[in-house]
Design a protein around this ligand. Structure first.
Ligand SMILES: Nc1ncnc2c1ncn2[C@@H]1O[C@H](COP(=O)(O)OP(=O)(O)OP(=O)(O)O)[C@@H](O)[C@H]1O
Length: 576
């Protein structure tokens, strides 16, 4: 990705804001011209060698006040554009990120993504607020001021100053490639550092538990040193550039003194030259920040433009919940109520072996089916397909005869709920966590769900009942309570299909049995797909699918499979 591509992309996002940006540019040009005028009027008064008058003071104060007002307008309009553009960029970032989950957000990517979503987007502000106005005024103000100097004072002095001004404006761009590479290196190392800090914070218990804090700190220091080295190279380049610009501006004053024949003309030319320092220095200031802003924008764009693994085609084709799928898609694989997987294969990005390989099976509506298999056999992958956490590379998953790809994603995820093994509770109260998927649910529904998961006694002991705050990531509840709150949260949404992915694994046997019994008793029509390695807890009458290395090994009722002494029986023996 080069700077031109990033520039085009950023500009395409602010097209409607350009008139306001124009106001900022105009205000800046005028206020900087007034800055030159202020010095020239003062110099002219010195040249006139007359005592100061009220009229002169009035002029100076008037110019200063108008300049201040224009400066305010320039800043206000520029920042209004910048913050509106940043708001749009944030909205775009999250809108494009959501369909890329969970692939885009899992594991190490988390903290790195946060860096892109927050600080990288903030860094783009430099481009929106501090680039175009200084770039245009850096050319316009010297051009106008030197034209005036040439016409009204002495053309030779204007010609002497012009090359200095031109060189000082062009200089910041001469190290273009090196500066861009430097800015990208700094941005990448900053991202790597953020990812490392994120890992260490998430895994703080493991780090302390294994006593590896010193090794982790050393590694963190290493990442920090790499960032410092990249910033030093970048800073050295900036330092040399700024020094050269300063030398050029100083040199312009010496050149005026060297060629001026007349003291009065020299004073006016010096006033113009000094007045041009601010607009010309503005180029150096934004050039330093511009590559940083472009590098940050390039990282944001990588996320925004990434192809989502799961796409909601119904949003563009207009297919509704009962639709038969986007034009050209395969006809429904099955018309039976419940879930049908038809020759499903899934290989994760970067993996050679498929996690699921030509899996075909049927899970009847209203049944409590169980998927068992050893670790890594593909159980969770199968569960994730049911609510389109991932899409298969081949084959079709259908719900009640309709391919999942023909259902709007929102509707699908309302009908199919997942209770994961390691759920995350958000900061908020018990009630706000339970209402995540059903914001309109009343308290009675929440209490009902908590009773089903056997948390009614726990709730009764809480100081503020449903309004009791839960801390971020649910650290003040036990693992088993967290799993049950997550299960209750799924039930509050009143799904048709409930996927339990080892969702009761942290409960003691008696509590898990109570939760199963209450689920069966209170939700008789619910289709449950339970993923577990505890084959010994599966009742004889439950339909079972045994997976191994991504393939279906056995299907049938648990009791019958136990009797045959095959794969299910040996997994059961291992679980005991
Ligand atoms: N997000 C992912 N990216 C890459 N590979 C993955 C991902 N998730 C799972 N896998 C791989 O896919 C295979 C199946 O994993 P899956 O989690 O579905 O198995 P599982 O039977 O649920 O295992 P467990 O009982 O240990 O949870 C494994 O080899 C695993 O390493």
């Amino acid at each position: 990705m080069n700077r031109l591509a990033v520039l085009r992309w950023l500009l395409s996002g602010i097209r409607g804001l350009l008139p306001v940006l124009g106001v900022s540019v105009l205000a800046r040009v005028l206020q900087q011209l007034l800055g030159v005028a202020l010095l020239v009027v003062a110099a002219a008064a010195v040249v006139a060698a007359e005592p100061p008058t009220w009229a002169l003071a009035g002029w100076l104060v008037g110019i200063a006040l108008v300049k201040a007002a224009l400066r305010y307008l320039e800043q206000y309009a520029g920042h209004w554009v910048a913050f509106t553009a940043l708001q749009r960029l944030r909205e775009l970032f999250f809108a494009r990120l959501a369909p890329q989950a969970p692939a885009a957000t899992q594991g190490r990517a988390g903290a790195e993504l946060t860096e892109r979503a927050t600080r990288d987007i903030d860094r783009v502000e430099v481009f929106f607020a501090h680039t175009m106005p200084p770039a245009i005024s850096a050319v316009a103000v010297p051009a106008i001021a030197l034209l005036w100097l040439g016409a009204a004072v002495d053309a030779r002095l204007a010609l002497v100053l012009a090359p200095f001004a031109a060189a000082a404006i062009a200089l910041p761009f001469l190290a273009g490639g090196a500066s861009w590479r430097g800015a990208r290196a700094v941005a990448a190392r900053r991202g790597a550092l953020a990812a490392r800090i994120g890992d260490d914070l998430q895994g703080i218990r493991e780090v302390l538990g294994f006593g590896i804090q010193h090794a982790r700190l050393d590694a963190l220091d290493g990442a920090d040193r790499a960032l410092t080295a990249a910033r030093s190279r970048d800073g050295a380049l900036q330092g040399v550039r700024t020094a050269c610009v300063t030398a050029l501006l100083g040199g312009s004053l010496v050149a005026v003194l060297a060629v001026a024949a007349d003291g009065a003309d020299a004073l006016l030319a010096l006033a113009v030259a000094a007045g041009l320092w601010t607009p010309i220095r503005g180029v150096d200031a934004f050039a330093s920040g511009l590559d940083t802003a472009f590098a940050a924008a390039a990282r944001v764009r990588e996320v925004v433009e990434a192809q989502p693994l799961v796409r909601d085609d119904t949003a563009t084709t207009g297919a509704g919940p009962a639709g038969t799928g986007p034009a050209g898609s395969a006809p429904p694989a099955a018309s039976a109520p419940g879930i049908v997987l038809d020759r499903i294969s899934l290989t994760y990005p970067g993996r050679a072996r498929p996690a699921l390989d030509a899996v075909s099976l049927q899970l009847a509506a209203g049944d409590w089916s169980t998927i068992v298999g050893v670790s890594g056999s593909g159980k969770s992958s199968l569960g994730a397909l049911l609510l389109r956490g991932w899409d298969p590379d081949a084959g079709t998953v259908s719900l009640d005869g309709v391919p999942l790809t023909a259902l709007p994603l929102d509707a699908l995820r309302r009908r199919v709920a997942l209770a994961p093994q390691q759920p995350v509770l958000l900061s908020g109260t018990v009630a706000s966590n339970l209402r995540l998927a059903a914001p309109d649910a009343d308290d009675a529904r929440l209490l009902d769900a908590l009773r089903t998961v056997a948390l009614d006694d726990w709730l009764a002991g809480l100081p503020a009942g449903l309004d009791t705050p839960l801390r971020e990531r649910g650290v003040d509840v036990s693992g088993g309570q967290r799993q049950r709150i997550a299960l209750a949260r799924a039930l509050v949404a009143e799904p048709e299909v409930l996927v339990l992915d080892e969702a009761l694994s942290q409960l003691d046997g008696a509590t898990a049995a109570t939760v199963r019994a209450r689920l069966l008793e209170r939700h008789p029509g619910l289709t449950v797909v339970e993923i577990t390695h505890r084959a010994d807890l599966v009742p004889d009458g439950s339909p079972v699918v045994v997976l191994d290395a991504g393939r279906v090994l056995e299907t049938g009722l648990a009791g019958a499979l136990r009797a045959t002494g095959g794969a299910f029986a040996s997994i059961e023996a291992r679980a005991r």
